[in-house]
Design a protein around this ligand. Structure first.
Ligand code: B12
Length: 360
């Protein structure tokens, strides 16, 4: 039976965020004190579990800003899937949620306490639901259904850490006149999604994920040299990510594609402090800002970034777009996201919207 997640009032969300450090440390302590810890987390170092508690708290604090049942179910399925694949016992997830309930009961006053406990009880009920294909209902998490020979080869080079072979493969594509957008979007992107899925399934380590990523970054830097030097006549764009967001490849791809399409692009990379972003926007006066968000637990930071930018009078005319994995996971647009001018689903959509704003 499908039951929507219980709603939580704004003041309860504030109380939860406010008490988050204490809640996390209580949950950590409860789990670390358990005599059956080794059974619960398998051979993983305790830091993996502590990281999960941190991410759980961050995610929920962000989730209150969107309050969509689908996103919570999807993220719970992802967490159970990826931690089980690393050797966490099924019992761990129940024990963890019960530890959150105990911590909330100890730290948070009524009426917020009851609202939060109802939500956590709903999450406990979800654990009992039979799961089907955890990754399959999220297209940005799974790799392609049908693999091309190039995608397969690239994946094997990335996982073997063979950057020379990976570079040679992408140069070959370039020599065959493949468009840069095709190399980015039809080769690098699906292969990276597959790398993420293999990590989620516990089939490759974090080290392999890092290796693959660093090779892709080297490939992108090397391909960049071969860009035709398009006149940058369409206007100025800034591409950035909110504080805390470590994923940069998607943002960098759209920055490169905009540049290739005739825009002057200031690309700020991942994890941009909001004050510095605002100062740059005031100084550079771009036509538009594109914000990239991958992790759902950074949606709260996105909301904050948007509110801060929209409160600056001299930035009144700035167009703002947002995109990335976290936004693709939303079923509806929350009210605070009305602060953006467009939410293109992908790079092609972004280029179309940008073109309609172009000054040339
Ligand atoms: C590489 C990677 C990392 C690297 C990033 C390094 C770097 N320098 O960027 C590192 C190791 C740091 C990392 C860390 C983490 N990651 Co990670 N990561 C990935 C991975 C494998 C690839 C990301 C990527 O580059 N994709 C390719 C790009 C091209 O695709 P894209 O980002 O979707 O961008 C495209 C579109 O979304 C769109 N777009 C993007 N931005 C914008 C902006 C605008 C305005 C518009 C219009 C469009 C747009 O255009 C882009 C081009 O088409 C993904 C797998 C995946 N499915 O993406 C996991 C993944 C995103 N990571 C994940 C997780 C869990 C984490 C960690 C929590 C733990 C971990 N794996 O180490 C941390 C969190 C870090 C943080 N605080 O942000 C999960 C997220 C799960 C979920 N349910 O949300 C994923 C999906 C892996 C998985 N299958 O479980 N990760």
């Amino acid at each position: 039976m499908f039951h929507p997640a219980p709603t939580v009032s704004q003041s309860t969300a504030v109380a939860y965020s406010h008490k988050l450090p204490q809640l996390i440390s209580l949950v950590n302590r409860r789990l670390l004190d358990r005599p059956d810890l080794a059974m619960l987390i398998g051979s993983n170092p305790t830091s993996v579990m502590l990281g999960n508690h941190e991410n759980h708290g961050r995610f929920l604090a962000s989730w209150f800003q969107v309050a969509q049942t689908g996103l919570l179910r999807q993220t719970m399925r992802w967490a159970v899937d990826s931690y089980s694949n690393r050797g966490f016992a099924a019992a761990y997830f129940t024990v963890e949620l019960e530890a959150w309930i105990e911590a909330i009961t100890e730290q948070i006053e009524e009426p917020a306490r009851s609202e939060l406990v109802a939500l956590y009880r709903w999450m406990l009920d979800q654990l009992a639901e039979p799961e089907q294909n955890p990754a399959q209902d999220d297209e940005t998490v799974s790799g392609p259904l049908v693999w091309t020979e190039e995608q397969e080869k690239l994946l094997s080079f990335l996982l073997a850490g063979d950057h020379r072979a990976a570079l040679a493969l992408t140069r070959e594509q370039l020599n065959r006149q493949a468009a840069l957008s095709a190399i980015y979007l039809d080769l690098l992107q699906p292969v990276l999604y597959q790398v993420g899925l293999l990590w989620q399934q516990g089939r490759i380590s974090v080290a392999h994920e890092h290796l693959a990523t660093s090779i892709v970054l080297r490939i992108m830097a090397s391909l960049y040299e071969h860009f035709p030097q398009t006149d940058r006549v369409k206007g100025k764009f800034v591409i950035a990510s909110p504080t805390g967001e470590q994923h940069e490849i998607g943002a960098r791809m759209i920055a490169d594609l905009l540049e290739l399409d005739g825009w002057q692009v200031l690309y700020m990379g991942a994890n941009t402090p909001v004050e510095d972003l605002i100062n740059l926007l005031i100084a550079e006066k771009p036509l538009a800002l594109g914000l990239s968000v991958t992790m759902s637990y950074n949606l709260g930071q996105l909301a904050d970034t948007l509110a801060r930018i929209r409160s600056v009078e001299s930035l009144a005319g700035l167009r703002i777009l947002a995109g990335g994995h976290a936004l693709q996971s939303l079923e509806q647009t929350p009210d605070w996201l009305q602060a953006v001018d467009a939410l293109p689903r992908d790079a092609a959509g972004l280029l179309r919207v940008a073109d309609s704003w172009s000054v040339s």
